[in-house]
Design a protein around this ligand. Structure first.
Ligand SMILES: [Zn+2]
Length: 320
């Protein structure tokens, strides 16, 4: 199948010009367009995509979308239509790429010319979003790729990149602080602790809230290293985090069904009540994570079938 670009430089287009020079009537009028289509020897390639509609005063019908185009003054209107036709396979490929970009959330750049700062910001966002290690910025293949795209782009070193990520983090934190203060009534907190393979403990604090337009939001407020898993310590960490966010409008706190969390919630309830920022004196503040409870139930239930499960696993392994 010919692509749209073929119309521009094809020999048939030259032939079309040839018709124009040889079939001009003494009056100066181009008579080739008035000839019955069967008598025209040389036709534009555009006709591969159109059919002349009989008895229609020179109308041609697009093969893809059925649109009718007048071809009285030559085929330029038809060629123009092919470039725009939404059903043309070549245009559909373009459309498919556009749709795919939209689905992936690709932001089309508002900058038509090269902008060092805008490119650097996108680079920083890429390292954060794709969780790439800082050293990747110094990877020779990555550098070659960026150079091929835009030789003018000054690729930062890993230390500059790290600084840029910190500045972006600070800016985004301030932005979120303002957003929470303006749009959020009360937050539902979720917190959990986790120990990494290096035996370091971390605590995450997530806020869920509904804005003025009833849209549900989820934001990770903190992900920090901790030195103890005790309930009291956890409560103190949550207090520090919430103070940093200037947030005391808490609706509920969802935690795992561990006994240390019961202690933690007691401490949190105490200081929140002291500030008078809880609903119903925090009677319903403690939420137990359903997924964790379900996981405990399943684990407990499967204990009885442990031997059978081990045998099935072995059988599957041998089968592979
Ligand atoms: Zn069409």
């Amino acid at each position: 199948m010919s692509s749209i670009g073929d119309y521009v430089d094809s020999p048939l287009m030259e032939n079309e010009e040839h018709i124009a020079t040889t079939s001009v009537a003494p009056s100066g009028e181009d008579i080739s367009a008035h000839l019955p289509s069967s008598k025209r020897k040389n036709r534009s390639q555009a006709w591969n995509h159109f059919t002349e509609v009989p008895n229609s005063c020179q109308m041609a019908k697009c093969h893809y979308c059925g649109h009718l185009i007048k071809f009285k003054d030559g085929t330029s209107a038809m060629i123009m239509h092919l470039k725009r036709c939404k059903e043309h396979p070549d245009n559909q490929e373009h459309k498919r790429q556009k749709t795919q970009n939209e689905e992936l959330g690709v932001v089309s750049s508002p900058h038509s010319t090269f902008d060092q700062e805008a490119c650097r910001l996108e680079l920083v966002k890429m390292f954060v979003g794709a969780e790439l290690p800082f050293r990747f910025v110094e990877n020779v293949f990555f550098r070659n790729f960026v150079n091929a795209l835009q030789p003018q782009f000054d690729i930062p070193s890993r230390t500059t990149l790290r600084r840029a990520i910190w500045s972006l983090f600070d800016a985004e934190r301030e932005r979120l602080k303002i957003f929470i203060s303006k749009h959020c009534g009360r937050v539902c907190l979720t917190t959990d602790t986790w120990t990494s393979i290096q035996n370091l403990s971390y605590m995450s604090l997530t806020a869920h809230f509904v804005d003025k337009n009833w849209n549900l939001h989820k934001r990770i407020l903190n992900f920090c290293q901790i030195t103890s898993h005790t309930g009291e310590f956890m409560a103190k960490e949550v207090e520090t985090c919430l103070n940093a966010w200037e947030l005391n409008r808490v609706f509920s706190i969802t935690v795992d069904n561990a006994s240390s969390n019961d202690v933690g919630i007691k401490f949190m309830k105490k200081w929140m009540n002291a500030r008078n920022c809880l609903l119903l004196n925090g009677e319903y503040i403690h939420m137990r994570c359903c997924a964790h409870i379900l996981s405990l139930i399943v684990k407990e239930g499967l204990k009885d079938e442990d031997i059978s499960i081990i045998r099935i696993r072995k059988a599957v392994k041998c089968g592979n």
